[in-house]
Each structure stands twice: as C-alpha cells, then as structure tokens.
Design a protein around this ligand. Structure first.
Ligand code: SAM
Length: 268
C-alpha cells in the first residue's frame, strides 16, 4: 500500500484522533519537611505498578524520620518500591551514611528517581552530598540482592559485600502491601538485605486504600513473623482526607496510615 492510498474509502478507515488515549504527562509535587525545606518530586505520568503517585506511606515515613533523625542518621538505608523516593531523600538530608533508592527496573522509573536525587542535590548544602550519598537502582522484590549490597562498597568489585556479610541498617517499605502475592518476595528481600542485628529496622508504613482488603494487607506481617521476624506497630495516624476522593469503601480506613517496624529477633 502506497503512502496516501486510502483504497477509495476517503479516509473512513483512519483512526479518529482520540482513538488511542494519550499517555498522561509526568507530574511534579512539592513536599515540605517539618524544617520548612521543600523537596521537588517528579513522578512518571503513568505506571502499571502504581509509581505515578506520591503515596501517604512515603510522606508519613518521612515525617517519622524527621521526628527522630537518629532513626536514619549515620545509617545505611535501602528503599524498596520507591517511586518518587521521598523517604530516601529525607534520609539523605537527615544524615544517612548511604542510601539506595530502588524501584522496578523500568528505565523511566530509574531515570525519574535519579532526577529527584539530582534536583534535591541542587537545593541541599553542601552541594554534591546528596548526589554522592543516594543511588538510584532497579530492583525487583525477591531478586538477587548482590548488586544492591555492592553499593555499600562503591570502590569494591561487588563481591566484598557478600564476603563481609555487610547489610543495610534500615529498610523502607512505603505503601507496598497492596500486592498480596508479593509479600513472600518482600520478606525474602528483608531477610537478605537487612543487617542481622537488633538495631536494624524495616519500616513498613501503609494505608489500606481498598478497605475491604485490609486483612489481606495485614497478612504481610504473618509472613514476616513466620520467617522469624518480630513485628511492632509504632504509628497509627488518621489524615484529614483520603488520598483518593470518592474511592469506595470505609472512609476511616482510607484515611488511616499504619506504621510497623519489622526487626530481627533477640536471638539473631
Ligand atoms: C503504591 S506505590 C508506592 C510508591 C512509594 N513507595 C510511595 O509511598 O509513594 C508501589 C511501588 O512499588 C513498585 N513495585 C511494584 N511491584 C514491584 C516489584 N515486584 N518489584 C519492585 N518494585 C515494585 C511500583 O513501581 C511502585 O513504585
């Protein structure tokens, strides 16, 4: 078929202009820390894995770190399913030693995380510190953690982390429990990346945005306990309004953010 040949249909076979819905454009949000510092957050326009929003879990974990910066200061931090990576940026600002911000290894998601790191670096003194402290990386929950652990030894060959059994002090899981089939993979990653010490902590903050599935969300903690971890609830906060207006289900549940800490047991 030659270009311009419409087989005499006069263009009737052409797709109407709005046939394919266009991909929503990227968006930007500004998060203001308690200190007044503003953090610019870019978000991809569309994501089948829900990375296109700044979720309440990320905001409330960030506030929780700022309430007591010792939770992250001088610590090594790994964030899973980060999207904008807000809690990682806040950890870096509060003095974390090293932060690895991860999300699904989609180039757009990784580039977006890097953009947020770079912009945060430009507005944070001393310049260059945030960019040096925080890495963006692709990581699928339950995957091989070696490339993440290697980031704890930036000058090494990647095998040193496994050799010394170096692991992260702090893990961040903000609003990740909605994928119930992935709970085992998330717990596997906690087991393989969190330093075996009573001092280590995986912060798991979430809202049950689909209130009728809240028991399934909570099932994550059964999986964690079965794997030998201790689980402690450290926060329950009811926000003024839900993240998504007009969503179905119990409004109080949609407004509530719960925060848990998952730790290695005493005997570790
Ligand atoms: C609901 S969003 C939460 C984003 C962010 N933590 C926040 O609170 O704003 C879930 C995130 O998990 C990521 N994700 C989903 N499944 C994943 C998987 N199997 N491996 C890695 N990341 C995943 C998504 O890309 C998305 O960024």
């Amino acid at each position: 078929m030659e270009e311009g040949d419409d087989y005499g249909t006069g263009g009737l076979m052409d797709d109407p202009e709005d046939y394919y819905p266009s991909t929503p454009p990227p968006t930007t949000q500004i998060f203001t820390m308690g200190s007044g510092k503003e953090i610019v957050l870019h978000l991809v326009g569309h994501s089948p894995t829900e990375a296109h929003h700044l979720w309440n879990g990320a905001k409330i974990i960030s506030d929780y770190f700022e309430e007591d910066p010792a939770r992250v200061r001088s610590k090594t931090v790994l964030e899973l399913g980060a999207a904008s990576g807000l809690p990682s940026l806040v950890a870096g600002i509060l003095g974390a030693k090293k932060v690895v911000m991860t999300d699904f290894p989609d180039p757009d998601l990784v580039m977006n995380m890097q953009k947020n790191i770079d912009e945060c670096d430009e507005t944070t003194e001393p310049k260059g510190h945030i960019a040096k402290t925080i890495d963006a990386a692709g990581f699928v929950w339950g995957g091989d953690p070696a490339p993440l652990l290697a980031r704890l030894f930036p000058d090494g060959d990647g095998s040193s982390a496994a050799a010394t059994e170096e692991r992260f002090d702090v893990l961040i899981l903000a609003d990740l429990l909605f994928r119930h089939s992935e709970h085992g993979a998330l717990v596997k990653t906690i087991r393989e990346t969190m330093k075996p010490s009573r001092e280590s902590a995986a912060y798991v903050f979430f809202t049950s945005y689909r209130p009728w599935k809240k028991d399934l969300d909570m099932g994550f903690f059964d999986v964690a306990r079965e794997a030998g971890f201790e689980v402690e609830q450290v926060l329950e906060k009811k926000l003024e309004k839900p993240l998504f207006e007009n969503d179905p289900g119990d409004l109080d549940v949609q407004k509530t953010v719960k925060g848990f800490v998952v730790r290695w047991p005493e005997s570790v």
